[in-house]
Design a binder for this molecule. Structure first.
Ligand code: ADP
Length: 385
């Protein structure tokens, strides 16, 4: 635990105003985490910051608290925080709202899949803090409902994802349109040198709280292992592993949405309480799954990498990598859904014989040897015709 929390520091030491401190107390936070203790005072000073810290170490509060401290109620649209998924927009806005409940600040999530009109009405009430996904933010900006020229603090959560190919253009458009002086705070659990270089183009003399130390990427409480398996045996193996491990709450990650559906169906056929989460589902269905997860009203969630980042649900006991991710950083984010806030968790990865190089790349990035788990009672089947 001591490598997560800064136990010799209190939140008051960080210079936060009393309304914000009250919100922190309501949440029951006793001490800041390491990243919070480092990042918050610098952010309050007005510095641009790149912050890196392991999954589950409180990055959301590390940027939300200084935002709540710095922004006044008479400064509409003063803070824009961009996140890669709708689920994350909802979650970050919720935490920011809770922490800011005594500040009188309005926090609004703005994301695709929810009625434009509903969000437009709320934007007309001029919230001070917007947590949004890039597409919907740009849409609202074009409608004249979300001006960029009022932004004083721009935050990128999961910055490496926000600046990779998929979002890079959108971010360039949004950040590039902010001609006024503003502060930037970018955070993630993984930041490659290339992303760091790109990020710095949008920053002014940033303080770099990122670390290149590979050993600090994964949380030590995650017990990581892999199992060799043929592609055609994976579904049976999953069923077997769930039977042996008996997870209270497991996230099963697959690379493709079709696999997510097939895997969930095969579990359901075997009477296992499994639900799916991927981007082809409508937002209502996605929100219902997130609610179930939060209420522990489900045992197994089969998900695409949509759920790999940021999702903060306590007590996910197991992460099963049904498919090895192509990008080793995705592995770090996936397994970071377990072992949060100093708890324990298990990560098991299925590896087919042609994937040893991918496994090696993951081991190199994380600097952890992923040991082989043995499920001796599992009998591999013959290759199908
Ligand atoms: P990260 O973004 O680093 O993966 P989160 O910001 O989602 O982590 O935080 C993980 C959990 O820890 C959240 O449930 C959050 O409310 C909680 N948390 C954050 N800061 C503290 C703190 N100082 N003390 C106790 N709990 C905290």
């Amino acid at each position: 635990m001591s490598d997560i929390f800064s136990t010799s520091t209190s939140f008051a030491d960080l210079g936060l105003r009393s309304e914000v401190l009250q919100g922190i107390e309501d949440q029951g936070f006793e001490h800041p985490t390491m990243i919070q203790a480092k990042l918050i005072p610098l952010a309050i000073e007005g510095k641009d910051i790149i912050g890196q810290s392991k999954t589950g170490t409180g990055k959301t509060a590390s940027f939300s608290l200084p935002a709540l401290h710095l922004i006044d109620t008479d400064a509409p649209f003063a803070c824009l925080c961009l996140v890669p998924t709708r689920e994350l927009a909802i979650q970050v806005a919720r935490e920011c709202r809770e922490l800011g409940r005594h500040t009188g600040l309005k926090v609004l999530p703005v994301y695709g899949g929810q009625s434009i009109n509903t969000q437009a009405e709320k934007l007309k009430q001029k919230p001070q803090i917007i947590i949004g996904t890039p597409g919907r933010v740009m849409d609202m900006n074009q409608r004249g409902l979300l001006p960029y020229n009022k932004i004083k603090l721009a935050i990128l959560d999961e910055v490496d994802r926000m600046l990779d190919i998929g979002f890079r253009d959108d971010i360039r458009k949004i950040l590039g349109a902010m001609k006024q002086q503003h502060q930037t705070v970018f955070v993630s659990a993984t930041i490659s040198p290339e992303i760091e270089r790109l990020a710095k183009k949008y920053m002014h003399n940033p303080v770099d709280l990122s670390t290149t130390e590979a050993s600090s990427l994964t949380v030590s409480q995650v017990d990581q292992s892999c199992v060799g398996v043929q592609e055609w045996d994976k579904r049976r193996l999953l069923h077997h592993v769930l039977g042996i491990e008996k997870p209270d709450l497991a996230l099963v990650f697959c690379r493709m949405k079709v696999t997510v559906d097939k895997v969930a169906k095969s579990l359901q056929n075997k009477k296992i309480d499994a639900v799916t989460l991927h981007a082809n589902m409508n937002q209502g269905a996605r929100n219902r799954v997130m609610d179930k997860l939060r209420k522990r009203d489900v045992r197994v969630v089969v998900a695409s990498d949509l759920a790999a980042r940021g999702i903060d649900v306590d007590d996910i006991t197991h992460v099963i990598n049904y498919d090895v991710p192509e990008d080793p950083e995705v592995y770090v984010h996936r397994i970071g859904r377990t072992a949060r806030k100093g708890r324990d968790g298990k990560a098991i990865m299925f590896v087919t014989p042609d994937q040893s190089e991918l496994l090696l790349n993951i081991e190199k990035l994380t600097n952890v040897e992923i040991v082989e788990s043995r499920f001796d009672e599992f009998k591999p089947g013959p290759e199908p015709e």
